[in-house]
Write a protein that binds this ligand. Sequence first.
Ligand code: HEM
Length: 389
Amino acid sequence: MTQDDWFRRYQDLQQYVGWTDDDARNVKSLAGCLDPHLNPLVDDFYAEIERHPAARKVITGGLEQIARLKGSLVRWVRELLSGPYDAGYVERRLRVGRRHVEIGLDQVYTNVALSRLRSGLVAALGGVWPGDRAGLVIAIQSLNKLLDLDLALIEDAYQAEYVARQQRVERMAAIGQVGGGVAHELRNPLNVIKTSVYFLLNARTPTPEKRAEHLQRIERHVLLADGVITALSDFARMPVPDLKPIAVRRLVEEAVEANPPLDTIRVIYDWPADLPPVLADANQLRIVFANLIRNAREAMPQGGTLTLAGRGVDRRVEVTVADTGVGIPAEHLLRIMEPLYTTKARGLGLGLALSRAILEKNMSSLHVTSQPGAGTTFTVRLNADGGME
Ligand code: HEM
């Protein structure tokens, strides 16, 4: 928002509380009699902060800073009482809110500090008010409107600055997450390509069949890597996934091929022949299954059974990836889909977070159950083609 926008907002808020020129005059008439009380009130303001560690901790510059802050606060009250309530006034109020975010002050302390200051001003006024009681009540009403407006501005600026900072942090985290995800997803195909290139460069007398086989492997994995990059960069730009009917069993088989389990792992497909196609983005879904299969493989270093099952449930298709591996303790189970949360010695902890994010974008979901020592089951719930009208 520009300075003009903020000023218009302030004028709108003034109308809301019914602020008039009379209020401005009433408040101005208080300035003289309140002025001798400002220093004690400001001393009390900072003495109270001292008693609250969560507020005190933002004052890092000791007595010198407190002396400066007292000066700022006295100027703030003087300007509050005298005005003029123009765009510059509004800008200085907004600066207070922004500055409080910078120093990490919790906004609630501004609210309670203002409440204390308000009580102090009203009490002081009661003692020195030269006119009658009715006049005092009116003057206090004007002062209250003005303090409320100032607090609204400070809070508004605080909120805007806080949200802007938060968004910057989240954007940086998202960039990191997607970048890490790309690395994670590309390592496998690149390793396969590396092995085949090594063979082609170093095999003494490769048969034409072997050469062709390796070249085809390279081509397949280049395409796979390309698909991963496309899916992830699309994901980073947050597009609507390209939803098309997919034979999900074929996709799962491809994921197993690309991430072959150890020989000691038995792979079982439990899949009805009449399972309907699902509606999803094939490239994005491929990443999900690759992750789940790799996880299952890593959970069974001593071997076991990997069961890949498909079920039609109402208008949805459920695919379960179940292993008979080490299992996940309950305290980790709630967190394993968070970005960068990992229980493995290797790996960035992005696979499941990415999978869940992908599925949510595909209007699908990921669930997990596990029994330590017995195994883990991931359930992917997808929309059947024609199941979403
Ligand atoms: C009625 C409530 C408050 C008002 C009106 C107020 C006013 C101000 C003003 C005018 C500034 C200077 C802003 C600028 O740089 O232009 C400021 C900064 C600051 N305020 Fe507040 N404040 C309030 C509450 C608090 C509270 C409760 C704390 C608790 C510790 C606090 C701590 C600070 C600190 C540490 C700074 C930075 C000062 C510096 O630059 O050294 N404020 N505040």
